[in-house]
Design a protein around this ligand. Structure first.
Ligand SMILES: Nc1ncnc2c1ncn2[C@@H]1O[C@H](COP(=O)(O)OP(=O)(O)O)[C@@H](O)[C@H]1O
Ligand SMILES: [Mg+2]
Length: 267
């Protein structure tokens, strides 16, 4: 696959999604260029995961058109497309057997797409080991998955998502359930990843401003299935927009290249 039109790398045009007769997403327009990493910010239930599932080809839009990695949905082999999109989300964790060995887990990412059954070879394991080191998992490779900390599990799952060399990496609330130290370690690892020459484009889903690290340049604000606003990080992380997104008076304080949420008490 080639990125035929740079301006149409990822494009959602008038995308709506109805589920159980409820309008979950309404008239979404969104363009992602291969140069930018995005954050999708919105309250619980605003439709973030659904939006990303549409974008990754796991759901079909009720209305509208989606172009992903230069290919129009409906005109391309979705299974092939999904191999180019890595996904890290909490729903995966529950499906992993506690006895699974880290390297087997990482390698399994290469053969995850439906209908592809191949036996992994030596070179797959070598690649898995290299990715594990990159993601600072070198010390845990002998431990079964079940005994690892939440942060270690999440870093392994990122390695697993990276093994097919995706061009897009979707991170759906990757820091949920992590304590402060583990969260900072994971964010640091993502920053290192983003600075590598073969880094995939990243889309991070979160409802925490603190998780927006310098590599993320653009923000998409989602509220109750609508796009409230989208654009550069500095334009989006403003009091008015954030307060509307979350329905609470909130200010973003910028410090050390990061943003911190301050809840303002209205009297
Ligand atoms: N499998 C499902 N069946 C019915 N409704 C769902 C399902 N998954 C999500 N929803 C509903 O769709 C809305 C958006 O959900 P979701 O995309 O998961 O939001 P977010 O990721 O922002 O928390 C929510 O109101 C949720 O209850
Ligand atoms: Mg979600």
């Amino acid at each position: 696959m080639t990125d035929k039109q740079a301006g149409e790398w990822i494009a959602l045009n008038g995308v709506s999604f109805v589920r159980s007769r409820r309008l979950i997403l309404d008239g979404i327009d969104w363009n992602v260029s291969p140069k930018d990493n995005w954050v999708v910010l919105g309250a619980n239930g605003s439709g973030k995961t659904t939006l990303l599932q549409l974008l990754a080809g796991y759901l079909w839009p009720t209305r509208g058109a989606i172009t992903i990695l230069g290919e129009r949905f409906g005109q391309t082999d979705l299974r092939e497309l999904r191999r180019s999109i890595g996904w890290v989300g909490s729903f995966l964790q529950a499906q992993i057997p506690p006895a699974e060995r880290p390297l087997d887990l990482i390698v399994s990412g290469k053969f995850a797409s439906i209908g592809i059954f191949e036996t992994p070879g030596e070179e797959d394991y070598a690649q898995a080991r290299e990715l594990a080191l990159r993601l600072r998992c070198g010390a845990i490779l002998e431990s079964p998955y079940g005994v690892l900390s939440q942060g270690e599990k999440q870093r392994l799952l990122i390695a697993r998502a990276l093994i097919p060399r995706p061009r897009l990496l979707i991170l759906d609330e990757p820091c949920s359930g992590l304590d402060l130290v583990a969260r900072e370690q994971l964010l640091k690892t993502l920053e290192e990843l983003a600075s590598m020459p073969d880094a995939p484009v990243m889309i991070l889903v979160t409802h925490h401003l603190e998780e927006i690290t310098p590599s993320f340049s653009h923000v998409f604000l989602l509220k109750e299935g609508h796009c409230l606003a989208q654009g550069t990080k500095r334009d989006m992380l403003r009091t008015e927009l954030l307060s509307e997104t979350f329905g609470i008076h909130i200010e973003a304080v910028e410090e050390g290249n990061r943003f911190w949420a301050r809840i303002v008490n209205d009297r």
